[in-house]
Design a protein around this ligand. Structure first.
Ligand code: MAN
Ligand code: CA
Length: 283
């Protein structure tokens, strides 16, 4: 480089002047100056051309340096941007990872809940199936029972029994004493009628006959009881009844005033009356 840039200006000065030229060594370019005087230099002389080249070289060097600086700045900027982008990308990745982890946890929780729910539903389904089987069985049993009862009812109707409010009633066509009447009912698998509702009382009235009912105080005077042993609570005695005193000996109850709801009378048990037997449908 030194050799390239070394410029020797060795021109003879005007006659009589000894020029003294000193070589100055600089950095990259070497310039020879005349220590004593500046002499006029001709344009286009090699010296002038050399000086021009030096300037051009300097400009090129400056340009190159600037270019290097620019490139360096660009490189630094790129590196900075790259680091920043990488950092942001890392942060995004961490965020994404966290979101995914959170989503995965949620899904796992949801899956566990659904599994639990499914187990409960399966259990519930199993219980319901069992219940359905039991209900189906019960339905079949009840259907069979109903069919049996219908058959039984048809048979009993054919023997003169009447169905009313879950009971079957048999009204006699002959008259007997209270004891004989009861015996007939027992023999039929029933007993003398027990009246335990207003509707039943009305139903018995419809036969419009003197009828023995299943009520007596023969065990203890004045303590009226039904044939099943239950004490009398609701009664439909006629006015001034029961009036059986020991000398009248009226220990059995009959329907007498059948046009009135208050139709009962106590009467001597040996007298003959029609009678009504009752049997419960479900017993
Ligand atoms: C008759 C009998 C009695 C009844 C009276 C009512 O004497 O039936 O049981 O109490 O009539 O007048
Ligand atoms: Ca009486």
């Amino acid at each position: 480089m030194d050799q390239l840039l070394d410029v020797y200006v060795n021109v003879e000065g005007p006659s009589g002047h000894n020029s003294k030229w000193k070589r100055k060594r600089g950095s990259s370019d070497t310039i020879y100056e005349n220590e004593d005087k500046v002499h006029a230099v001709e344009p286009n002389s090699p010296a002038v051309r050399g000086a021009g080249n030096v300037k051009s070289c300097r400009a090129v060097a400056v340009c190159l340096a600037l270019l290097c600086l620019l490139l360096l700045a660009g490189l630094i900027t790129l590196v900075f941007l790259f680091i920043q982008a990488k950092s942001e990308w890392k942060m995004e990745m961490v965020k994404l990872h966290n979101n995914l982890t959170s989503e995965r946890n949620k899904l796992q929780m949801s899956y566990m809940n659904l599994s639990e729910e499914r187990e409960q539903l399966q259990m519930s389904f199993s219980n319901l199936s069992e219940e359905q089987d039991q209900l189906q069985k019960r339905f079949e049993d009840i259907t069979n029972e109903r069919n049996e009862l219908e058959k039984r009812l048809l048979a009993l109707r054919s023997y003169g029994w009447i169905y009313f409010s879950s009971s079957l009633y048999y009204i006699s066509s002959s008259k007997k004493s209270w004891q004989q009447s009861r015996a007939d009912c027992l023999q039929k698998g029933a007993d003398l009628v027990i009246i335990n509702s207003h509707e039943e009382q009305e139903f018995i009235q419809t036969f419009k006959k003197l009828i023995w009912i299943g009520l007596t105080d023969m065990e203890s005077e004045g303590k009226w009881k039904w044939v099943d042993g239950t004490p009398l609570t609701t009664s439909y005695w006629d006015r001034n009844e029961p009036n059986g005193v020991p000398d009248r000996d009226e220990d059995c109850a009959e329907i007498k005033k059948y046009d009135s709801e208050q139709s009962w009378n106590d009467e001597s048990c040996g007298l003959e009356r029609f009678w009504i037997c009752e049997k419960l449908l479900f017993q």
